[in-house]
Design a protein around this ligand. Structure first.
Ligand code: BGC
Ligand code: BGC
Length: 793
């Protein structure tokens, strides 16, 4: 079927498409007016019961359903969230994913005797930088690094390789690429954005979609080696002023010009699905906006695929709950992503169609769009997952060929910010490789890597076939006649010729990564760089981060500084550029250009140190600068407010119990355990459970000093009275905890002046016997107030 024609013929020249074609690409225009599936869709709809149509609209998470549920309800699609894997195991091996894909697909196709047509189910996953939920898959740099490459041909190859690895596991659909134009780097999802520049996002997003789905004109468009792509999150997700799920405000045409710019190029190449954004535009949530989800997306932008909601995004509308939301469907959503509450939602939607709240035409339209995508994808013709061309070809998952593409992407993503001549590293040198990021594949991969948040207790062993930055440097140095020695804490016995310090942000995803400002407070890298400088050891800073941050202190002391973003599984890409040849010559030059401006000061609305599009190389050396090191925010931190926990643990605070570390305040120690749960947003609260005498310790950032007039603020909820004594920083708070039981969420403000110890280097919460408390916030607030130190508070 001819569903596309060459872009150049069809569309003439638009900026994004011209760039794609100029690259030698042959992307073709997708024809959204093609009617070849219409008769089949009408026929299917005429055979389907209301129940089956409603079921097409429901997308549960694999952690809450069995194949039996799929056989009973016949959901149109399912997903695995960032924290779910087959059999409840996040780290399940690839074989189990394919086996589950078969089991679910078989259930969706098992014969019925009710005369209903059999409609294959689709499985969607967040393969947002490679098939990154699966151990052993190739993990590509996050989009922020890909933005720095500016290379559409590379994007297309990454999309193609990612599609192939997804196909190996029998999955159909990826929730990627993110087309956010992130305009405030405090946003925790900045790294999922290719750039702050709409044109660059458009070009790279379009090329990624062509890679994932194939060229619309080619035979293999959405064939067995390809997957469905998602243009997300429609729209304005990057314009919320740094607040995840926030509100993008301004003149709506101007907002569209910036934040919706990448969507038309995505639709031109046939992106089949769009995900609605959690966020709002001028106060109206996208999940409830008929104006934007229908008027703008369908009528103006001409999108003819399906719209999927985000994770319980419909439930965030004022009038809705996760299990009840006809409003989203009426606004234009086609699939509800309803990880857990699918049963209630199914019953409610059914009732609302039957009582006329939802017109039959709207149900048919949504189900019809889902069927159209399935027909385009050839779902009715594809065999069960394990019988498809690439399924079970385990050697393709993390294949040498795919890793080579990822390594090329790493090389091209590096942005050289400073070099006083220490780079390239002389091949014969003895290099010390220091810092917490040196041999830490979880850290170099960032969020959305094996788990939703990434990091935590993941180790290098969880990333089969991957190479750390140290391992890459070691290979390159040994091959050239030098040496590399790993020393995360920077200690050494023989003085090295040069030290490479790899440090940066810990992994995070979504709102957990939101920050109040761009000051980088973790002084690990700074301390190491300073210590080496004092010993006359030249240094190279390799900074791992999901965004530009104010780094003047490190830039000033390091001899060279490389922004490496979140490079993923192929750490050798760093050595490819840093290590020279035996004669001290360059093997690969830097070519990365900033896709986001880099701040020159830590103040809000900081002037730029380097602008979008800037980036230096061996051939074009970075300018020599004076790095102003004053930062009022850091001074203020030292005395004042400190959030310890709230929508996630402050990365500067270290939690432990009974000597066991509790990454992001999850895990267990002797007599104590803590689990994450949803209070007002996903995983924004913790349930702390004492089974015996134990102490939770929250170590405060070094250098922080609390205002002695301040107070410790706890937002908590208790179901039962404690069975023993509870104390906070040595102060008995048993009476407060007893009074609060059964009263729902409340806050306690406890003056620091009441604490027996004024030396607050850590906050300890101790219970002598059984005790369970839910916490959504712990902070130190500077404002002074008085209270009776006997409590209750
Ligand atoms: C899931 C993620 C999801 C997030 C929503 C997590 O629990 O694992 O897939 O994106 O919640 O905030
Ligand atoms: C995220 C989406 C993701 C979805 C499924 C949401 O929380 O916002 O980007 O695709 O979860 O994991």
């Amino acid at each position: 079927m001819m569903r596309a024609m060459k872009l150049a013929l069809a569309l003439g020249v638009t900026t994004a498409l011209a760039a794609c074609a100029a690259d030698g690409g042959d992307a073709s225009a997708y024809d959204w007016n093609d009617t070849s599936h219409d008769a089949r869709i009408a026929e299917l709809l005429s055979q389907m019961s209301v129940e089956r149509k409603v079921a097409q609209l429901i997308m549960p998470d694999i952690s809450t359903i069995t194949p039996e549920d799929v056989a009973t309800y016949r959901f149109g699609s399912i997903l695995n969230g960032g924290n779910s894997g087959p059999g409840g195991n996040d780290e399940a091996p690839a074989e189990e994913w394919l086996a589950l894909a078969d089991a679910m697909w078989d259930a969706s196709m098992s014969p019925t005797d009710d005369g209903q047509p059999l409609i294959p189910m689709l499985w969607a996953t967040d393969a947002v930088h490679g098939h990154s939920n699966i151990p052993g898959a190739t993990i590509f740099p996050h989009n922020i690094g890909l933005g720095a490459t500016g290379d559409e041909d590379l994007m297309r190859r990454i999309g193609e390789a990612t599609a192939a690895e997804i196909a190996v596991t029998g999955i159909d659909w990826t929730f990627a690429p993110t087309l956010a134009v992130a305009t405030d780097d405090r946003w925790g999802r900045t790294y999922e954005s290719f750039s702050e520049d709409p044109g660059l996002v458009s070009r790279l997003g379009q090329a990624t979609i062509v890679g994932l789905q194939g060229d619309p004109a080619s035979e293999d468009f959405l064939g067995q080696q390809r997957v469905l792509a998602t243009a997300k999150h429609f729209f304005g997700d990057g314009g919320t002023g740094g607040m995840d799920r926030g509100d993008t405000r301004g003149d709506v045409d101007e907002l569209k010009r910036v934040h919706a710019a990448p969507y038309r190029p995505a639709f031109d190449v046939g992106a089949q699905t769009v995900m609605a954004s959690f966020s709002s535009v001028n106060g109206e949530k996208l999940h409830g906006s008929e104006d934007l989800l229908t008027g703008y997306l369908r009528d103006d932008l001409g999108f003819g695929g399906l719209v999927v909601g985000d994770w319980n995004g419909h439930g965030e509308l004022d009038m809705c709950s996760n299990a009840d939301c006809p409003e989203s469907l009426l606004a234009g959503l086609d699939i509800f992503m309803v990880p857990e509450d699918w049963r209630g939602l199914y019953d409610n939607l059914l009732a609302q169609v039957n009582d006329g709240t939802i017109p039959m035409e709207r149900l048919d339209e949504a189900a019809g769009r889902i069927l159209r995508v399935k027909l385009e994808y050839g779902a009715f013709d594809k065999p069960r997952p394990s019988m498809r061309q690439l399924a079970g070809q385990w050697a393709m998952l993390g294949s040498a060929e795919h890793r080579e593409i990822a390594r090329e992407a790493v090389r091209k993503s590096l942005v050289l910010m400073k070099n006083d001549g220490v780079l390239p590293l002389a091949a014969s040198a003895n290099v010390l490789v220091a810092g917490s990021g040196a041999d830490n594949i979880a850290m170099q991969s960032g969020g959305w890597s094996i788990t939703w948040q990434g990091g935590g207790d993941l180790t290098n062993e969880d990333f089969g076939g991957a190479t750390s930055i140290f391992a890459g440097l070691e290979q390159a140095m040994l091959a050239a006649g030098g040496t590399a020695t790993l020393s995360p804490d920077g200690s050494f016995s023989a003085k090295p010729d040069v030290a490479v310090v790899v440090f940066g942000e810990p992994p995070y995803a979504e709102f957990v990564g939101d920050r109040e400002d761009l000051a980088f407070r973790d002084e690990e890298g700074l301390e190491l760089l300073t210590r080496f400088a004092e010993q006359d050891i030249p240094t190279v800073a390799v900074f791992l981060s999901g965004r530009p941050l104010w780094m003047n202190r490190e830039l000033a002391v390091a001899d060279a500084f490389v922004a490496a973003w979140l490079p993923g599984s192929e750490g050798q890409g760093i050595a490819d550029v840093l290590v020279g040849d035996a004669d001290g010559g360059v093997r690969n030059d830097f070519s990365g250009k900033l896709a986001f401006g880099w701040p020159a000061s830590c103040a809000p609305d900081a002037p730029l140190l380097a602008a979008f599009g800037e980036g230096w190389s061996y051939a074009d050396a970075p300018p020599v600068r004076d790095y102003a090191q004053d930062c009022a925010l850091l001074d203020a931190d030292r005395v004042g407010q400190l959030r310890l926990f709230g929508r996630g643990l402050n990365p500067q605070v270290e939690a432990s119990a009974g000597g066991s570390a509790l990454p992001n305040l999850v895990g267990s120690g002797t007599g104590f355990s803590v689990t994450a749960f949803d209070y007002q947003a996903q995983e924004d609260a913790r349930r702390l459970n004492w089974t015996g005498d134990a102490t939770l310790r929250l170590a405060l950032p070094s250098g922080y000093s609390a205002d002695p007039q301040g107070a410790l603020v706890l937002t908590y909820s208790l179901n039962a009275v404690p069975q023993g004594r509870v104390s906070l920083a040595g102060l008995d708070i048993t009476s407060t905890m007893t009074l609060g039981a059964g009263k729902g969420w409340r806050s306690a403000r406890i003056p620091l002046s009441c604490m027996p110890s004024q030396d607050l280097t850590a906050i300890e919460l101790a219970a002598s016997a059984g005790f369970t408390v839910d916490l959504s916030r712990i902070a130190i607030a500077p404002e002074s107030f008085t209270a009776d130190c006997a409590g209750p508070f």
